[in-house]
Design a protein. Sequence first.
Length: 284
Amino acid sequence: MISVGLARAVLYVGWTLVCMPVQFVLLAAGRRARHAFPQFYHRIVLRLIGLNLDVRGGPCRHKPCLYVCNHTSYLDIAILGALIRGSFVAKAEVGTWPFFGLLAKLQRTVFVDRRRTRIGQHMDAVSERLEAGEQLILFPEGTTSDGNRILPFKSALFASAQNQVKGREVTVQPVSVSYTRFSNLPMDREMRPLYAWYGDMDLLPHMWEMLKAGVVTVVVQFHPVTTITGAGGNRRSLARHCEAAVREGHSLALAGRLPTRRRRRLRKLTRRSGRPPGDRARSH
């Protein structure tokens, strides 16, 4: 499978190098396409590296929205980036990484220093982006896991959901990302680290082994939206609510207990809408 890995690596690097100057121009010009182009880029990346998505539900179209997701791998960026027109919230050191740090900046990632003495200041930047009506993708575990479990969500990272934008609470949508099948067969616990990047694993050797492997299926579940009031009134209760939703969805996906559904094309996903509880009440 070395030839497969090499072909995928060349295609990924080539496609990325073509797209980077395009996104740079869109950012410099302030074009609205700067939000849409990364989504197009990530969708092609998924095809190039052999990732299939099984998507349940759909992203919320109400803005601003804070998507709260479990985190298993660097692959989560391409997966969620292909489904959501938004930017990521990442730890500050990601911005210093060669090549990948530049990619993160081109997608307007919000970098957060997660030390207790600095996190409040940096979460203000998250609040500013939400107040501007943007969609942000947050990994509240604070690190990656082995893909077999969900780590506790850090409530401090939910502070921005306490703010109101134009008199309305920020919409929050939990999302489960689960690596479930390898070459169309169920993926067992021992095989999942082939895609899960965690602990002291080196990035480039892990990417090379992943690129040489077969096709993987990833289940992405968009759970019902909520707000801080709808989840109990404070950031700790909101963190618990989102963690429970993500954990349950992840467990069902790994156990193969989700109902079978017909696959949909990625381009149709952005047409789905999820509205916050207050909007549903007003539409009656």
